[in-house]
Design a protein around this ligand. Structure first.
Ligand SMILES: *Cc1c(COP(=O)(O)O)cnc(C)c1O
Length: 386
Protein backbone atom coordinates (compact mmCIF):
# COMPACT_ATOMS: atom_id res chain seq x y z
CA UNK A 1 0.00 0.00 0.00
CA UNK A 2 1.48 3.36 -0.96
CA UNK A 3 1.99 5.55 2.09
CA UNK A 4 1.39 8.91 0.48
CA UNK A 5 -2.27 9.81 0.42
CA UNK A 6 -3.45 11.25 -2.90
CA UNK A 7 -6.17 13.78 -2.22
CA UNK A 8 -8.96 14.86 -4.52
CA UNK A 9 -7.85 18.48 -4.58
CA UNK A 10 -5.54 19.70 -1.86
CA UNK A 11 -4.68 23.35 -1.20
CA UNK A 12 -1.21 24.25 -2.41
CA UNK A 13 0.75 27.30 -1.21
CA UNK A 14 3.03 29.45 -3.34
CA UNK A 15 5.30 30.54 -0.49
CA UNK A 16 4.21 34.16 -0.92
CA UNK A 17 1.20 33.88 1.39
CA UNK A 18 3.22 34.17 4.62
CA UNK A 19 4.69 37.53 3.59
CA UNK A 20 1.24 39.13 3.20
CA UNK A 21 0.11 37.65 6.52
CA UNK A 22 3.26 38.87 8.28
CA UNK A 23 2.64 42.37 6.91
CA UNK A 24 -0.91 42.28 8.27
CA UNK A 25 0.41 41.32 11.72
CA UNK A 26 3.20 43.89 11.63
CA UNK A 27 0.68 46.62 10.88
CA UNK A 28 -2.04 45.21 13.18
CA UNK A 29 -4.50 44.75 10.33
CA UNK A 30 -5.96 41.60 11.89
CA UNK A 31 -9.54 42.59 10.98
CA UNK A 32 -12.04 42.18 8.12
CA UNK A 33 -10.72 45.17 6.22
CA UNK A 34 -7.29 46.48 5.33
CA UNK A 35 -4.60 46.53 2.68
CA UNK A 36 -4.77 42.80 1.87
CA UNK A 37 -8.53 42.95 1.29
CA UNK A 38 -8.05 45.94 -1.03
CA UNK A 39 -5.04 44.28 -2.68
CA UNK A 40 -6.81 40.96 -3.20
CA UNK A 41 -9.86 42.67 -4.73
CA UNK A 42 -7.59 44.64 -7.02
CA UNK A 43 -5.69 41.47 -8.06
CA UNK A 44 -8.99 39.71 -8.86
CA UNK A 45 -10.25 42.71 -10.78
CA UNK A 46 -7.08 42.91 -12.86
CA UNK A 47 -7.25 39.20 -13.60
CA UNK A 48 -10.96 38.77 -14.35
CA UNK A 49 -12.35 42.12 -15.42
CA UNK A 50 -9.74 44.52 -16.78
CA UNK A 51 -8.73 42.10 -19.54
CA UNK A 52 -12.04 42.18 -21.42
CA UNK A 53 -13.89 45.25 -22.77
CA UNK A 54 -17.34 43.67 -22.19
CA UNK A 55 -16.63 43.55 -18.44
CA UNK A 56 -16.06 47.28 -18.15
CA UNK A 57 -17.56 48.81 -15.01
CA UNK A 58 -17.77 45.54 -13.06
CA UNK A 59 -16.40 45.52 -9.51
CA UNK A 60 -15.47 42.85 -6.97
CA UNK A 61 -16.25 42.51 -3.25
CA UNK A 62 -14.19 40.00 -1.25
CA UNK A 63 -16.41 38.03 1.16
CA UNK A 64 -16.17 35.34 3.82
CA UNK A 65 -17.41 32.56 1.49
CA UNK A 66 -18.92 31.73 -1.87
CA UNK A 67 -22.16 30.90 -0.09
CA UNK A 68 -22.21 34.42 1.37
CA UNK A 69 -21.66 35.82 -2.14
CA UNK A 70 -24.70 33.92 -3.50
CA UNK A 71 -26.76 35.06 -0.52
CA UNK A 72 -25.81 38.73 -1.01
CA UNK A 73 -26.57 38.52 -4.75
CA UNK A 74 -30.09 37.33 -3.84
CA UNK A 75 -30.44 40.12 -1.23
CA UNK A 76 -29.40 42.72 -3.83
CA UNK A 77 -31.85 41.22 -6.35
CA UNK A 78 -34.61 41.67 -3.76
CA UNK A 79 -35.40 37.95 -3.45
CA UNK A 80 -37.94 37.73 -0.65
CA UNK A 81 -40.23 35.40 1.24
CA UNK A 82 -42.54 33.56 -1.15
CA UNK A 83 -40.44 34.24 -4.27
CA UNK A 84 -39.13 31.53 -6.57
CA UNK A 85 -35.56 31.26 -7.88
CA UNK A 86 -34.59 28.98 -10.78
CA UNK A 87 -31.50 26.95 -9.82
CA UNK A 88 -29.35 24.34 -11.53
CA UNK A 89 -30.12 20.97 -9.93
CA UNK A 90 -26.76 19.34 -10.66
CA UNK A 91 -24.57 21.26 -8.20
CA UNK A 92 -23.27 21.47 -4.66
CA UNK A 93 -25.96 22.39 -2.10
CA UNK A 94 -24.34 25.80 -1.51
CA UNK A 95 -25.77 27.01 -4.84
CA UNK A 96 -29.31 26.47 -3.60
CA UNK A 97 -29.18 26.89 0.19
CA UNK A 98 -29.09 30.73 0.17
CA UNK A 99 -32.44 30.82 -1.69
CA UNK A 100 -34.00 29.37 1.44
CA UNK A 101 -32.20 31.89 3.70
CA UNK A 102 -34.42 34.51 2.00
CA UNK A 103 -37.56 32.45 2.63
CA UNK A 104 -37.78 31.83 -1.13
CA UNK A 105 -38.20 28.50 -2.94
CA UNK A 106 -35.61 27.05 -5.32
CA UNK A 107 -37.08 25.63 -8.54
CA UNK A 108 -34.63 23.09 -9.93
CA UNK A 109 -33.68 22.78 -13.58
CA UNK A 110 -31.82 19.77 -14.97
CA UNK A 111 -28.65 19.75 -17.10
CA UNK A 112 -27.89 19.14 -20.75
CA UNK A 113 -25.57 16.21 -21.49
CA UNK A 114 -22.55 18.00 -22.99
CA UNK A 115 -21.52 20.54 -20.34
CA UNK A 116 -23.49 18.87 -17.49
CA UNK A 117 -24.80 22.36 -16.71
CA UNK A 118 -28.24 24.00 -16.84
CA UNK A 119 -30.19 23.15 -19.99
CA UNK A 120 -31.23 26.55 -21.43
CA UNK A 121 -34.20 25.09 -23.36
CA UNK A 122 -35.55 23.36 -20.27
CA UNK A 123 -34.96 26.57 -18.29
CA UNK A 124 -37.08 28.53 -20.76
CA UNK A 125 -39.92 25.99 -20.55
CA UNK A 126 -39.68 25.85 -16.78
CA UNK A 127 -39.98 29.63 -16.45
CA UNK A 128 -43.05 29.67 -18.72
CA UNK A 129 -44.59 26.92 -16.59
CA UNK A 130 -43.83 28.70 -13.30
CA UNK A 131 -45.51 31.87 -14.57
CA UNK A 132 -48.52 29.88 -15.79
CA UNK A 133 -48.80 28.06 -12.45
CA UNK A 134 -48.11 30.87 -9.98
CA UNK A 135 -48.93 34.02 -11.94
CA UNK A 136 -45.53 35.41 -10.90
CA UNK A 137 -42.10 35.60 -12.48
CA UNK A 138 -39.17 33.85 -10.76
CA UNK A 139 -36.82 36.47 -9.26
CA UNK A 140 -33.44 35.10 -10.38
CA UNK A 141 -31.65 32.27 -12.21
CA UNK A 142 -28.69 30.54 -10.51
CA UNK A 143 -26.53 28.87 -13.18
CA UNK A 144 -23.37 26.92 -12.33
CA UNK A 145 -20.14 26.07 -14.19
CA UNK A 146 -19.85 22.65 -12.57
CA UNK A 147 -16.36 21.14 -12.16
CA UNK A 148 -15.05 24.25 -13.95
CA UNK A 149 -16.75 23.34 -17.23
CA UNK A 150 -18.30 26.46 -18.78
CA UNK A 151 -22.09 26.28 -19.07
CA UNK A 152 -24.02 27.42 -22.16
CA UNK A 153 -23.92 30.82 -20.51
CA UNK A 154 -24.82 32.91 -23.59
CA UNK A 155 -28.01 30.92 -24.06
CA UNK A 156 -28.83 30.98 -20.35
CA UNK A 157 -28.35 34.78 -20.24
CA UNK A 158 -30.55 35.10 -23.38
CA UNK A 159 -33.34 33.21 -21.63
CA UNK A 160 -32.87 35.52 -18.64
CA UNK A 161 -33.09 38.58 -20.89
CA UNK A 162 -36.13 37.25 -22.70
CA UNK A 163 -38.06 36.98 -19.44
CA UNK A 164 -36.37 39.92 -17.68
CA UNK A 165 -34.87 37.71 -14.97
CA UNK A 166 -31.29 38.37 -13.76
CA UNK A 167 -28.69 35.58 -13.79
CA UNK A 168 -26.47 34.78 -10.78
CA UNK A 169 -23.49 32.95 -12.21
CA UNK A 170 -22.03 30.47 -9.72
CA UNK A 171 -18.39 30.25 -10.82
CA UNK A 172 -17.24 28.85 -7.44
CA UNK A 173 -15.57 25.91 -9.22
CA UNK A 174 -14.64 27.81 -12.37
CA UNK A 175 -12.06 30.45 -11.45
CA UNK A 176 -9.97 30.88 -14.60
CA UNK A 177 -12.38 29.06 -16.93
CA UNK A 178 -13.29 31.09 -20.01
CA UNK A 179 -15.99 31.26 -22.61
CA UNK A 180 -15.34 33.18 -25.83
CA UNK A 181 -12.25 34.74 -24.28
CA UNK A 182 -14.09 36.06 -21.24
CA UNK A 183 -13.79 34.70 -17.71
CA UNK A 184 -16.62 32.71 -16.15
CA UNK A 185 -18.30 34.78 -13.45
CA UNK A 186 -18.41 37.93 -15.58
CA UNK A 187 -21.45 37.03 -17.73
CA UNK A 188 -24.31 37.13 -15.23
CA UNK A 189 -25.69 40.20 -13.46
CA UNK A 190 -23.74 38.85 -10.49
CA UNK A 191 -20.90 36.33 -10.45
CA UNK A 192 -19.75 34.19 -7.52
CA UNK A 193 -16.30 32.84 -6.68
CA UNK A 194 -15.18 30.57 -3.83
CA UNK A 195 -11.77 30.30 -2.19
CA UNK A 196 -12.62 27.40 0.09
CA UNK A 197 -9.88 24.91 0.94
CA UNK A 198 -10.32 22.65 -2.09
CA UNK A 199 -11.15 25.17 -4.82
CA UNK A 200 -8.83 26.41 -7.58
CA UNK A 201 -7.15 28.77 -5.10
CA UNK A 202 -7.85 29.12 -1.40
CA UNK A 203 -7.90 31.77 1.31
CA UNK A 204 -8.57 28.93 3.82
CA UNK A 205 -12.18 30.07 3.49
CA UNK A 206 -13.51 32.93 1.43
CA UNK A 207 -15.40 34.06 -1.62
CA UNK A 208 -16.12 37.03 -3.84
CA UNK A 209 -19.06 38.68 -5.53
CA UNK A 210 -18.56 40.10 -9.01
CA UNK A 211 -20.92 43.07 -9.24
CA UNK A 212 -22.22 44.88 -12.34
CA UNK A 213 -21.19 48.39 -11.20
CA UNK A 214 -19.58 50.34 -8.33
CA UNK A 215 -22.99 51.14 -6.79
CA UNK A 216 -24.00 47.48 -6.43
CA UNK A 217 -20.57 46.65 -5.05
CA UNK A 218 -21.04 49.39 -2.42
CA UNK A 219 -24.46 47.86 -1.56
CA UNK A 220 -22.87 44.41 -1.27
CA UNK A 221 -20.16 45.70 1.10
CA UNK A 222 -22.82 47.62 3.08
CA UNK A 223 -24.85 44.43 3.67
CA UNK A 224 -21.67 42.41 4.28
CA UNK A 225 -20.67 44.74 7.13
CA UNK A 226 -23.93 44.71 9.16
CA UNK A 227 -25.76 47.37 7.09
CA UNK A 228 -24.51 50.22 9.19
CA UNK A 229 -25.83 53.65 8.09
CA UNK A 230 -23.46 56.64 7.88
CA UNK A 231 -24.04 58.05 11.38
CA UNK A 232 -21.48 58.58 14.15
CA UNK A 233 -23.50 56.12 16.28
CA UNK A 234 -24.69 52.71 15.05
CA UNK A 235 -27.86 53.34 13.06
CA UNK A 236 -29.53 50.44 11.19
CA UNK A 237 -32.33 50.64 8.64
CA UNK A 238 -31.78 47.22 7.02
CA UNK A 239 -30.86 43.72 8.21
CA UNK A 240 -27.14 43.17 7.64
CA UNK A 241 -24.65 40.31 7.66
CA UNK A 242 -21.07 39.71 8.80
CA UNK A 243 -19.77 38.52 5.45
CA UNK A 244 -16.58 40.49 4.73
CA UNK A 245 -13.28 38.65 4.17
CA UNK A 246 -10.63 39.01 6.88
CA UNK A 247 -7.40 40.82 6.10
CA UNK A 248 -5.47 37.67 7.08
CA UNK A 249 -7.42 35.44 4.68
CA UNK A 250 -7.07 38.06 1.95
CA UNK A 251 -3.29 37.91 2.49
CA UNK A 252 -3.39 34.20 1.64
CA UNK A 253 -5.47 35.12 -1.41
CA UNK A 254 -2.87 37.62 -2.64
CA UNK A 255 -0.19 34.95 -2.39
CA UNK A 256 -2.40 32.45 -4.19
CA UNK A 257 -3.05 34.88 -7.06
CA UNK A 258 0.66 34.66 -7.89
CA UNK A 259 0.24 30.97 -8.75
CA UNK A 260 -3.32 30.86 -10.08
CA UNK A 261 -2.26 30.48 -13.70
CA UNK A 262 0.21 27.73 -12.91
CA UNK A 263 -2.50 25.89 -10.94
CA UNK A 264 -4.89 26.10 -13.89
CA UNK A 265 -2.14 24.95 -16.21
CA UNK A 266 -1.54 21.93 -13.98
CA UNK A 267 -5.25 21.04 -13.85
CA UNK A 268 -5.46 21.28 -17.67
CA UNK A 269 -2.35 19.14 -18.19
CA UNK A 270 -3.80 16.48 -15.88
CA UNK A 271 -7.06 16.56 -17.84
CA UNK A 272 -5.19 15.98 -21.10
CA UNK A 273 -3.17 13.19 -19.50
CA UNK A 274 -6.23 11.41 -18.05
CA UNK A 275 -7.89 11.71 -21.45
CA UNK A 276 -4.91 10.08 -23.13
CA UNK A 277 -4.66 7.37 -20.46
CA UNK A 278 -8.34 6.38 -20.86
CA UNK A 279 -8.29 6.72 -24.63
CA UNK A 280 -8.58 2.99 -25.32
CA UNK A 281 -10.77 2.13 -22.35
CA UNK A 282 -14.19 1.97 -23.89
CA UNK A 283 -16.21 1.79 -20.70
CA UNK A 284 -14.72 5.03 -19.37
CA UNK A 285 -15.48 8.48 -20.72
CA UNK A 286 -13.64 11.49 -19.37
CA UNK A 287 -15.75 14.66 -19.13
CA UNK A 288 -13.82 16.90 -21.50
CA UNK A 289 -16.12 17.60 -24.45
CA UNK A 290 -16.43 21.37 -24.24
CA UNK A 291 -18.76 23.55 -26.29
CA UNK A 292 -17.11 25.81 -28.89
CA UNK A 293 -15.34 28.77 -27.30
CA UNK A 294 -14.95 27.12 -23.88
CA UNK A 295 -11.71 26.78 -21.94
CA UNK A 296 -12.41 24.76 -18.78
CA UNK A 297 -10.06 25.03 -15.82
CA UNK A 298 -10.71 21.28 -15.22
CA UNK A 299 -11.02 21.94 -11.51
CA UNK A 300 -11.98 18.30 -10.93
CA UNK A 301 -11.47 15.71 -13.61
CA UNK A 302 -14.50 13.46 -13.77
CA UNK A 303 -15.22 10.18 -15.51
CA UNK A 304 -18.36 8.36 -16.54
CA UNK A 305 -18.37 4.56 -16.25
CA UNK A 306 -20.63 2.73 -18.71
CA UNK A 307 -22.37 -0.11 -16.81
CA UNK A 308 -23.11 -1.97 -20.07
CA UNK A 309 -19.39 -2.52 -20.67
CA UNK A 310 -18.02 -3.39 -17.22
CA UNK A 311 -19.04 -5.07 -13.98
CA UNK A 312 -17.22 -2.40 -12.01
CA UNK A 313 -19.33 0.39 -10.54
CA UNK A 314 -18.26 3.92 -9.51
CA UNK A 315 -18.59 2.74 -5.89
CA UNK A 316 -16.47 -0.41 -6.37
CA UNK A 317 -13.79 1.72 -8.08
CA UNK A 318 -13.97 4.33 -5.32
CA UNK A 319 -13.52 1.66 -2.63
CA UNK A 320 -10.65 0.01 -4.52
CA UNK A 321 -8.81 3.34 -4.84
CA UNK A 322 -9.56 4.22 -1.20
CA UNK A 323 -7.82 0.97 -0.20
CA UNK A 324 -4.75 2.34 -2.01
CA UNK A 325 -5.02 5.65 -0.15
CA UNK A 326 -6.39 7.46 -3.20
CA UNK A 327 -9.34 9.78 -2.65
CA UNK A 328 -12.13 9.92 -5.23
CA UNK A 329 -15.70 11.14 -4.88
CA UNK A 330 -19.09 10.46 -6.44
CA UNK A 331 -20.46 13.31 -8.55
CA UNK A 332 -22.70 15.86 -6.81
CA UNK A 333 -26.07 14.34 -5.99
CA UNK A 334 -28.66 16.47 -7.82
CA UNK A 335 -30.63 18.86 -5.64
CA UNK A 336 -34.00 17.57 -6.87
CA UNK A 337 -33.07 14.17 -5.35
CA UNK A 338 -32.06 15.64 -1.99
CA UNK A 339 -34.46 14.94 0.90
CA UNK A 340 -34.10 18.52 2.14
CA UNK A 341 -35.44 19.88 -1.16
CA UNK A 342 -38.14 17.25 -1.72
CA UNK A 343 -40.91 19.86 -1.69
CA UNK A 344 -39.23 22.13 -4.28
CA UNK A 345 -40.57 22.08 -7.85
CA UNK A 346 -38.17 20.48 -10.34
CA UNK A 347 -37.95 20.31 -14.13
CA UNK A 348 -35.98 17.18 -14.95
CA UNK A 349 -34.86 15.33 -18.07
CA UNK A 350 -32.90 12.50 -16.43
CA UNK A 351 -29.43 13.84 -17.32
CA UNK A 352 -28.13 14.67 -13.84
CA UNK A 353 -29.61 11.54 -12.27
CA UNK A 354 -27.99 9.43 -15.01
CA UNK A 355 -24.60 11.10 -14.41
CA UNK A 356 -24.91 10.76 -10.64
CA UNK A 357 -25.27 7.00 -11.07
CA UNK A 358 -22.23 6.64 -13.32
CA UNK A 359 -19.69 9.30 -12.45
CA UNK A 360 -16.59 9.66 -10.29
CA UNK A 361 -14.30 12.64 -9.56
CA UNK A 362 -10.57 11.86 -9.79
CA UNK A 363 -7.68 13.52 -7.92
CA UNK A 364 -6.88 16.74 -9.77
CA UNK A 365 -5.01 19.33 -7.72
CA UNK A 366 -1.46 20.66 -8.06
CA UNK A 367 -0.33 17.96 -5.63
CA UNK A 368 -1.21 15.20 -8.12
CA UNK A 369 1.84 14.33 -10.22
CA UNK A 370 2.04 12.78 -13.67
CA UNK A 371 3.11 9.49 -12.05
CA UNK A 372 0.15 9.64 -9.64
CA UNK A 373 -2.27 10.07 -12.57
CA UNK A 374 -0.72 7.16 -14.46
CA UNK A 375 -0.96 4.93 -11.39
CA UNK A 376 -4.59 6.00 -10.71
CA UNK A 377 -5.59 5.31 -14.33
CA UNK A 378 -3.83 1.91 -14.23
CA UNK A 379 -5.70 0.90 -11.08
CA UNK A 380 -9.03 1.99 -12.58
CA UNK A 381 -8.30 0.11 -15.81
CA UNK A 382 -7.40 -3.04 -13.84
CA UNK A 383 -10.68 -2.79 -11.96
CA UNK A 384 -12.91 -2.25 -15.00
CA UNK A 385 -11.31 -4.98 -17.11
CA UNK A 386 -12.01 -7.71 -14.54
C1 LIG B 1 -17.83 25.56 -3.16
C2 LIG B 1 -19.07 25.93 -3.87
C3 LIG B 1 -19.91 26.95 -3.39
C4 LIG B 1 -19.76 27.62 -2.06
O1 LIG B 1 -18.56 28.18 -1.78
P1 LIG B 1 -18.03 28.28 -0.25
O2 LIG B 1 -16.91 29.25 -0.37
O3 LIG B 1 -17.61 26.91 0.16
O4 LIG B 1 -19.15 28.81 0.57
C5 LIG B 1 -21.01 27.31 -4.16
N1 LIG B 1 -21.27 26.68 -5.31
C6 LIG B 1 -20.51 25.68 -5.79
C7 LIG B 1 -20.87 25.07 -7.09
C8 LIG B 1 -19.39 25.26 -5.07
O5 LIG B 1 -18.66 24.24 -5.52
Amino acid sequence: MPNKKIHLCLAHMSGNEQRFIDEAFAESWVVPLGPNVDGFESDLKKYLIDCHPSCKGKEIAALSSGTAAIHLALVLLDVKHGDEVMCQSFTFAASANPVTYQGATPVFVDSEPQTWNMDPILLDKAIADRIAKTGRKPKAIIAVHLYGMPARIDEICSVGEKWGIPVVEDAAEALGSKYKGRYCGTFGTFGVLSFNGNKMITTSGGGALICPDPESRARAVFYATQAREPFPYYQHEHIGYNYRLSNISAGIGRGQMTILDSHIDHHRKLAALYKELFNNTECIKIHSDQIDGSESNYWLNTIEINPDLTEATPESIRLHLASLNIETRPLWKPMHLQPVFSSSPAYVNGVSEHLFGRGLCLPSGPCVSREDAIMIADEIKKKVSK
